[in-house]
Design a protein around this ligand. Sequence first.
Ligand code: MOS
Length: 755
Amino acid sequence: MSSVSDWEVTNPVKENRAGLIGKGVERYEGPLKVTGAAPYAYEVEPPSPPAYGVMLPAAIARGRIVEAEVSAAEAAAGVHLVWTHKNVPQQGVKGARAHPRSTAPARPVLENDRVAFFGQPVAFIVADTLENAQAAAGLVRLTYEAEAASVDFQAHMSEADFPPNEQDTQLGDVAAGLANSPVSLDETWTTPIQNHCQMEPCATLAWWEGDKCIVHTSIQMVKPAQHGLAETLMIDRDAVHLMTRYIGGGFGGKGQSYDDLALAALGARALGRPVKVAYSRQHMMHGTIHRPATVMRVRLGAERNGRLTTMSLMTTTHCHRDGNFTEHASNFARSLYAAPNRLTGHRLVYLDLPGAGPMRAPGEASGMLSLECAMDELAEKLAMDPVELRILNEPEVDPETGKPFSIRQLVRCMRQGAQTFGWEKRDPRPGRRREGRWLIGLGMSAAIRGNFLLPAKASFTVDAMGVITVRQGMTDIGTGTYTVLAQIAAETLGVPLGDVRVEIGDSELPPAPGSGGQFGAATAGSAALDAGMNLRKAIAELAVADPVSPLFGGPTHDITFQDGFIAIANRSERLAELISRNRPEGLTASGEIRPAADARNWSQHTYGAHFCEVGVDTITGEVRTRRMLGVFAAGRILNWRTARSQLTGGMIWGVGSALTEGNAVDPRYGSLINQDLAGYLVPVQADIGEIEAIMLDEVDDKANPMGIKGVGELGISGAGAAVANAIYNACGVRVRDYPITPDKLLAALATRGAA
Ligand code: MOS
C-alpha cells in the first residue's frame, strides 16, 4: 500500500461489513482504567521493591553551580545516593549519536555546572521512600553564581528575528492592498505562556536485568525515547526495553523525554534495584516544555462587498536559547482564506525561560485566537454576518500553493453549525440581550488544522482460538488508540471485537511514530489495515491449500471474513479451526504504511466551525460559556465516541485559553508564578455548560487507505476565538490580550456604562 491507486482494492474498512468502523465502541482499556488495573509508569509493579528518586530543581534562570554541599543529604535517613554534576555517572555527550540511525541523540542529565533555566534538575536523591528522598532533597545546599537572564518576552521583543531557515510567505503587496481597501483592520493579539497540565506527570520506573535496562515511562513516541536513552547510557539500543502502556495525557508535552528517564535508569543501575522518578506538578511547569507566548499582528483589507484584498498574520514568539522551537501561529492562515495580497511569517526571541515546545495544535491553537477574531471585527465593520464573510472568502484552491484541496467542507461545517445552533437569532449589535445582570452573546469561528501521515509498521497474529493480536509500538495517550486498532482488526479479519487483543506502547513491537500532530490514528491505523490485509491473504492461501478445509481449491480473491468464519460462496469454516489445524502456534503477518508519493500534490486539512453562547456578568466581569457547538469535517470517523471526546476536549481547552489559562513569569527568577492547578486555571465540568461536537460524513481518499484524518487537535483550533467573539457580541468589549479575565472586562464595561 504505497500509492493512492493501490488503495482502490478490497478494503474492509470501507466495506465495514460488521459496522464496527465509525461505531461508538467503548474504550478497550476502559474497564482496566476505572478499576485501577491499568498502571501508569510510576505504578507498574517492579520485580523487587523500588527506591524513590527525587529531582532538585534549579533556583535560578541562568548561571553556574559553584558549590554543592550534599553531606547532610547523604547522611539523612534512608538515603541511597545523592548526585550532582560532580558525581553523576558518565553519559553520552549531549546531542551525540553513537548509532547513526538513532531517532534521538544522547540527553545527559546533571551534565555540568551550567544552569540554563529555572527548574532544571540539578541534583538527584534516591532513598528508600519518597518522603525520605524529598526530605533529603531539602538538605542539599547549592550555591549559584547567577548571570543576567533574559526572561521578559515583552522587554526583549526588539531582538525578534527570523527563526532559522525560515522565510515569510508573501504574495502581492500588503501595504498597497491595505491602503487601497475601503475597509481595513490592523490589530494585535497576545497570548500568554500555557502549560499542558497532563493529569499524569512525566515519570519513569527502571530496573536492570543483567545488561538490559527495563524502563516504564510516560511518553508519546516510543522509538526516540528508547534510542535517546540508549545513547545517554552509552549502551546498545536493543539493551533498552522501553514500555509506555498507559499514559495520562500527552498533548505534545510528552513528545520528548525529560530527565526522569535517564535518572531512573542510571539510579537503578547504580543501586542494583528498581528506581522510580516522577516530576511534581510544580516541577512539570518548569522542568518540561510549555506553549510559548505570542504577539500576533493581523492586517485585513476588504472591498465593501466583503471580498478580502489583503490578509496578513505575523507572529512573534519565544523559545529557549538552546533551541529553536517556533510556535507557528501564522501557518494555518496560508490555507484558510482567499486574498490576493498576503503576508505571513514568524519572528523568534531567544530567552532563558524553560523550554518552549509543542502543545495541542501547535500553531493553530494560538494563531486562530487572532485571525478568527479579526474576521469577526471585519464583519462588523462591513455590516456583514461573520459566517457569510467567511463563505464569501472561501478559496477554490489553496490560496498560496495553488494546490487543489483533497476535500474541504468548511462551508458545510459553518452552514450546518449555524442552523443547528440557532445563529439566525443572534443580534449583531452587541449588548442587546440581557438576562438580569447577565449580558448574553453569540460568537463563531472557523477551524482548520493540517493532516499528516507518517511511516509506520504493525503486525497481526491469529492464534488457534481465532483470537487476533495487534502488535505495534504505538501509544495511547488517552485518545482511544487501543480501541480503534481493535475495531480495525475486528473489521478486517471478521472477528468479534472481544476476540481482538491490542499490544502497544513497547519498543520491541513493530515501530510506529506514536501520538502527536493528530497523525496517530491515521498513521497507526493504516499500518494496521495493511497488516490485516496481509493476514487475510495468508489465511486465504492456507485455506485453499488445505484439503481438509471446505474452502479447499477455491479462488482466494472471493474469500470473505465474517463472524469468526471464513467463506467462499456457501462453503465456510470457523477461522479458529483452520488455524488450529494448520498453524497451532499461530499465523502472523506484518504491514506498513508509507505516505503516498503524490500526497504532497494536495492541500490537506481538517476543518470545523465553532459556535458559542456566553453570559457576561456585568457586575463581576465573569464569563460563563452557556452553549458550545462544533461541527467538524475530518475524514472518515473510526469511532464517534472517542472522536467526540477528542473534539469536545479540545473545545473545552479552547475555553481555557480564552478565559483562564496562562503562566505569569516572575522576572526576578525566570520562574512561572502560578505553578499548580490552584493557580493555573483550567475549565472544569461546571464551567462548560452544554457542549456538542458533530462530525460530518466525509471520506478523504487522498489521506490514506482508510480515508480517515485526525481529530485530536482540530477541536481546540478556533474554539477560543468563538468564545471571544461571543463575549464581544454580549457586551461590546474586545479584549485582544488573552486570557479574557474579569479584570480586563470590568474596566471596559465600566467605561461603556454597561454595568
Ligand atoms: Mo502534539 S502538540 O504534536 O503531540
